[in-house]
Design a binder for this molecule. Structure first.
Ligand SMILES: [Fe+2]
Length: 374
């Protein structure tokens, strides 16, 4: 036995979570930079709730709202400079995965003025400023993970960074209110992200009883809610919104322990180059991942998972296919080989069950990326 676990984030997910956490937020510092995207923090009502709490506590705040989809390290680096210029000693990130991941990076840059943008990938000296995160989507789980996925300006490629100071001090969720305004497409794509986190984690080489204690109940919440989303024009009600959010947090706790596997690594390419939403981009590889797992994982582990959930590999694959209607690009052999070079040594590939070597990666990539639509 070798069981290790670390997660210092105080998680509060309930109606009125931000207002109920005023003391916890005020304890983080005396001047706050709020890091958000262009609109979701405002539309969801989360920005108003956060600034009202800060005002009531007498904490000066400023908003840095330049974070776009697939956040660039340069924009996060500028956020660090903005935090220092304002004299911020803590941050609050509000939004979906992009603003939350960006807030983590801004917290690092703010505390390390000597660090250039790319330096975040080689380590930093001073711990990141303390920060809280307020999620406005139900998928990323970034609120409770030590990961930030950022895009390198020069290459346009996503690269993940992690560290113990990338855990939030507090993660606050009010799904009924903050995720209520999400469009159907966004709801589906973020829920598929959570689904991939849970499934990839459950069969990861790094999975253990503790991580499976998170991934299994995440799946239990996700499957019926995803099934409901296959009905056209139907959006989740308040309970559905909460269940999807709780599932995303559980799946986030699972990948905190295990990381993700090849669906994420391969999916990054579709987001970077073809604008496919992150959750959809990962989910198109999920059927192939399950097929690998069925072959490589102990039959009892695979069977128990399906039995507990009352489903099967084919049913999960079919569910994803009914939700994903994206026309995928068709890549030529040369491009596939370039991608295989890029994936060489990536830890998510090593986390995949069995011997997922270059030949097997090529087989999967060709089936999905040379097969036309999903
Ligand atoms: Fe993800």
């Amino acid at each position: 036995m070798n069981l290790q676990y670390y997660n210092p984030t105080r998680m509060i997910a309930r109606e009125g979570a931000v207002q109920a956490s005023a003391d916890a937020l005020a304890a983080l510092g005396t001047r706050c930079l709020v890091v958000t995207g262009h609109s979701s923090a405002k539309l969801s009502g989360a920005l108003d709730d956060v600034t009202a709490v800060l005002d009531k506590a007498g904490i000066p705040w400023q908003v840095y709202d330049k974070i776009g989809q697939n956040p660039l390290i340069s924009v996060c680096h500028q956020g660090g400079a903005a935090a220092r210029a304002f004299g911020a000693d803590f941050l609050i990130g509000i939004g979906g995965g992009s603003p939350l991941d960006a807030a983590k990076a801004v917290a690092v840059y703010a505390a390390n003025p000597e660090l250039d943008a790319a330096g975040i990938y080689t380590g930093w000296q001073t711990p990141a400023l303390p920060f809280a995160l307020v999620g406005t989507t139900a998928g990323t789980g970034s609120e409770v993970t030590p990961y930030a996925v950022l895009t390198v300006d020069e290459s346009g490629q996503k690269r993940s960074v992690s560290g113990p100071d990338l855990f939030a001090a507090a993660a606050l969720g009010d799904a009924k209110k903050y995720t209520a305004t999400l469009s159907r497409d966004f709801t589906v794509s973020t829920a598929l992200d959570a689904l991939c986190h849970a499934v990839e984690s459950h069969f990861s080489q790094r999975a253990d009883p503790l991580s499976r204690g998170f991934s299994l109940p995440a799946m239990e919440l996700l499957l019926p809610n995803l099934e409901a989303l296959t009905t056209p024009d139907v959006l989740p009600d308040g309970q559905g919104r909460e269940e999807l959010y709780y599932a995303s947090i559980l799946a986030g706790l699972a990948i905190t322990q295990t990381g993700t596997c090849f669906c994420h690594t391969m999916g990054y390419v579709l987001s970077e180059e073809y604008g496919v939403p992150h959750g959809v981009a990962c989910a198109v590889f999920l059927g192939e991942y399950l097929a690998v797992c069925e072959r490589e994982v102990e039959p009892q582990v695979f069977g128990d998972f399906m039995d507990f959930l009352g489903t099967s590999m084919d049913e999960i694959t079919d569910l994803v296919a009914r939700l994903v209607k994206t026309e995928l690009p068709v890549l030529d052999d040369g491009r596939i080989e370039e991608l295989l070079d890029r994936w060489d040594g990536v830890s998510n590939m090593r986390n995949t069950p069995g011997r997922f070597d270059r030949d097997r990666q090529r087989e999967v990539a060709k089936r999905i990326l040379q097969g036309g639509s999903q």
